[in-house]
Write a protein that binds this ligand. Structure first.
Ligand code: FE2
Ligand code: FE2
Length: 306
């Protein structure tokens, strides 16, 4: 007997993308659409057809500041704009939330590739550029951190965990370390890469060696010493109860303290079933990790989410 399928074909969905970053040496490998009404998109530009500034200039003259890509083309889109991410994030024709979407898509792709295998120099350089663009956004836009944070979900796996800790470390560094561009960049990289020593060892439940292993890997890749030290010491605790050296208080490098605090927060926030809110996670953390973090950082984290 023939079985009738009851599932309808999935409707095509689209995402708005800024015009900035679409023109490049090669033609875009995906089609671009214009939205003509709430639920209607028309093909504006065919895949693989040359696109130059004059096309976009005509759109801008008409007051159109964005085009649309099919959601199935988003990965190809992120690949295309990765090299011009900072210009995309600067484009005030696009609402901040849309720009944060693009940032998040590119960042997730970079994080996935970083954690797929022990990273090499070119991938780390891509991470550096991505975090530099992010720090620019956070420094320029008052609501930049809030826009990025809205996109964060519970971490599951090294890539989402690294990215969450990277973005939150930037936010916390801005609150407690003053946060010039160079500090934010180091905080973002340190957070993103703090568990890189686990890559290739994911089968281990208990792996205290990952801190030292990760630091050695990052040193070999030429990362600055605060980033290397953050990987090495992110499990040290204020009261000396951490590892690998059992360092106390000020003997723990500043950035390692920032990353360690945010890392623990993400563990609590992402690990609770049923899910808890941010402030419940902060409360649980304050009780369960009493003495582990200094007051300035703990207050800074609360301030960050306020
Ligand atoms: Fe760790
Ligand atoms: Fe971690």
């Amino acid at each position: 007997m023939a079985t009738l399928s009851t599932t309808a074909p999935a409707a095509t969905t689209y995402s708005a993308v800024p015009l900035v970053g679409l023109v490049g040496k090669q033609a875009p490998p995906f089609p671009l659409y214009l939205r003509t009404s709430d639920n209607t998109w028309v093909l504006y530009h065919q895949a693989q057809a040359a696109l130059d500034e004059s096309h976009l200039g005509r759109l801008q003259a008409e007051g159109i500041g964005q085009l649309f890509v099919r959601d199935t083309d988003r990965t190809a889109y992120y690949e295309r704009v990765e090299g011009s991410l900072d210009q995309v994030l600067l484009d005030r024709n696009m609402p901040l939330e849309r720009r944060a979407d693009v940032l998040f898509g590119v960042a997730m792709k970079v994080a996935d590739e970083l954690m797929a295998a022990p990273p090499d120099k070119p991938t780390v350089l891509r991470a550096q550029r991505m975090m530099m663009a992010t720090s620019g956004l956070l420094l320029r836009e008052n609501q930049g951190f809030a826009a990025v944070r809205r996109l964060m979900q519970a971490s599951h796996g090294l890539a989402t965990h690294g990215l969450t800790v990277g973005f939150l470390s930037m936010g916390l560094a801005r609150v407690v370390l003053g946060g010039d561009a160079a500090t934010l960049l180091q905080a973002g990289l340190a957070g993103l890469l703090h568990d890189v020593g686990k890559v290739g060892h994911e089968q281990l439940d208990h792996d205290p060696e990952h801190a030292v292993r990760g630091a050695a890997l990052l040193r070999g890749l030429g990362l600055p010493s605060p980033v290397v030290d953050a990987a090495r010491f992110h499990h040290e605790r204020h009261d000396g109860s951490g590892f690998p050296e059992g360092r106390r208080g000020p003997a723990i490098p500043e950035l390692a303290r920032v990353v360690g605090m945010v890392d623990t927060f993400d563990k609590v926030y992402s690990g609770k079933t049923p899910r808890v809110g941010v402030f419940d996670a902060l409360r649980i953390m304050a009780q369960a990790y009493r003495g582990c973090f200094d007051d300035k950082l703990a207050l800074g984290l609360v301030q960050l989410f306020r």
